[in-house]
Design a protein around this ligand. Sequence first.
Ligand code: NAP
Ligand code: MG
Length: 413
Amino acid sequence: MKKVPMFNPIVEMDGDEMTRVLWKMIKDELILPFVDLKTEYYDLGLPNRDATNDQVTVDAANAIKVHHVGVKCSTITANLQRMQEYSLKKMWRSPNATIRAALDGTVFRTPILLSKIKPVVGCWERPVTIARHAYGDVYKAVEYRVPGAGKAELVFTDENGNETYRRTVAEFDGPGVLQAMHNRNDSIESFARACFEYALDRKEDLWFSTKDTISKEYDQTFKLIFQRIYDEEYRDRFEKANIKYFYTLIDDAAAKVIRSKGGMIWACKNYDGDVMSDLVAAAAGSLPMMSSVLVSPDGNFEYEAAHGTITDHYYRYLKGEAVSSNPLAIIFSWSGALRKRGELDNNSALMAFADALEDAGIQTMEEGILSQDLAILCDPADVVEVPDNAGLLKAIRSRLEANLAAQVELLSA
Ligand code: NAP
Ligand code: MG
């Protein structure tokens, strides 16, 4: 069979531990035999980040701005224990944080659904995607414990040193707690544009929710910025694409999403998105089944699995034990990146390959050939086999070959 051609490269970012092992196995078994793969390769594994003083992460982020599509393997975020384990020069910043900041991106998380894994929420037919604003609010708040009676005030001094606002927050009779948080219009605007772009990309409705009835300045600002950008830049394109932008209060949105069929993108402020993405993951199935894409407002896309490097599986693998990890989110990161590359390059063969690859992964699991984490979530009667990683990828490959052969037949018919 002729390999699928690629016209432009994608930025490939390798990672750590079990996901690094799976990365190579997936490429060897499911991509390289079928695609004339063009990538610009960056090794974001912790040893190389340390050796390059983390320059490799910055270079990779810049490369995504050039090529517009990236695919990233999970990476270790350094902490004290990892510093010792890898004898690091420094506690390097999380690569995801570096890339997110460089691309000014918003993270969208979508669960991969299988009919064998019944969502806890029975009416969900299609995935619910959570878009989380990744800047500010309580994550950049200033806070402290108030020791005793006194007055707390919120003061703003402009750049010329003039005090423009002074508001009493609370008059304390005794000890308490105090917090001040902020956000920036430019960050909210980027968040809004990334959400509108992604909704158009997925052809799904965009929901946005805050608590603007209570937070009449703070949350109201989010609501107004979204509405202005929608009216000025996206209304026409949404109407043409036959999708909707819908604003509602966060509590109303929560109630409506639970009773919906799914299939929408739900944009959330930072804290809401933190909570809702884990809630949706648990409600839809399991964390290893979460796919993730970082979208920048100017149209760069970085695909990855939402899970980490599966450290415990890696240490069992190093001991020579047979390990069964779930490869679907990594496979979907590759299919997502290849499909996007195909779209940008008008390469329909590459888009068709991405579909065939995703279908092969889903089919294998639907036929009861499962990774361990899914086997325990299914009805035991549905489990046919729980192979090790190499075995599972071989099973997926045989279905991929059949799907590709069927595509060729369809084309020549
Ligand atoms: P994790 O790697 O996601 O693993 C947590 C647990 O979830 C695993 O022990 C495993 O459970 C299960 N799991 C996750 N992915 C799985 C898969 N594909 N197949 C089967 N089971 C899976 O999270 P972590 O242990 O908290 O973090 C490990 C490292 O990953 C850390 O160094 C962290 O910094 C990094 N991390 C990176 C990213 C990223 O790059 N995007 C994200 C999160 C964490 P069982 O043990 O029960 O099988
Ligand atoms: Mg969370």
